[in-house]
Ligand binder design. Sequence first.
Ligand code: ADP
Ligand code: MG
Length: 255
Amino acid sequence: LPKEDAVLRVDDLQKSFGGLAATDHATFAVERGTITGLIGPNGAGKSTLFNLISGFYEPDGGTVEVNGTDVTGMEPYEVAEHGLIRTFQTPRKLEGMTVREAMLVGPRNQPGESFVKLFATPGAVSESESANLADAERILEDFEIDHLATQPATDISGGQMKLVELARAMLAEPEVLLLDEPVAGVNPTLAKKLKDQIRRLNEQGTTFLLIEHDMEFVMDLADPIVVLDQGSVLTEGTPDGVRSDDRVIEAYLGG
Ligand code: ADP
Ligand code: MG
């Protein structure tokens, strides 16, 4: 599939842990404007791929390109500066912060980096905080979680935490947003809300790469869908194409 306007290109990416190739010559691209799904059995290497793309892991080989720039080996905050933000399968606990404060931790940076910066340079952060307060309030309202703004970020449900994580990522206004299992552990009402938000943001121009175990969720939302198996791209296609592909069915049954 030729992709002339790719916002993300992964080429021959490799990463091993001990003797295990978690990422094994993975190659694919994400076309600008799409919601691209990334599926595969447990342990296929989906989260590892996100860690490699976003600079949290350093690859053993291969390259990652964001918006035409080679970002291989860059730090997470540098990758974020090139327009790529990711969320985590398990959102990090934001101890001692309200939801609103958690929202304000470091726009334009990967959450992990900015979290460190907040403590390293508290004075420097407060200025950008005030500049982004209005945006944070607006996004909390968009996500219908503004009533949680003053609650401790550790006191909300797992599903609400996932919404806050997505809202925080959106505050950074990324061109491409990588979501790692956004509806895992989220109740159906919140999952529906999340789906609507992803669609709305996509219509406004954000490109998504979406890992999701919930097949119905990902098949309904994403097109195309990239299938990962044992660290490599097995195939890519439309939801219907992938669903009826014997190799995909086999990979899931075998995994
Ligand atoms: P998925 O997200 O598709 O379920 P992962 O990327 O989490 O898969 O894991 C792929 C493989 O890499 C698994 O076998 C996992 O145990 C291994 N793995 C992932 N991260 C690490 C790590 N930091 N250290 C050692 N092994 C890892
Ligand atoms: Mg995973």
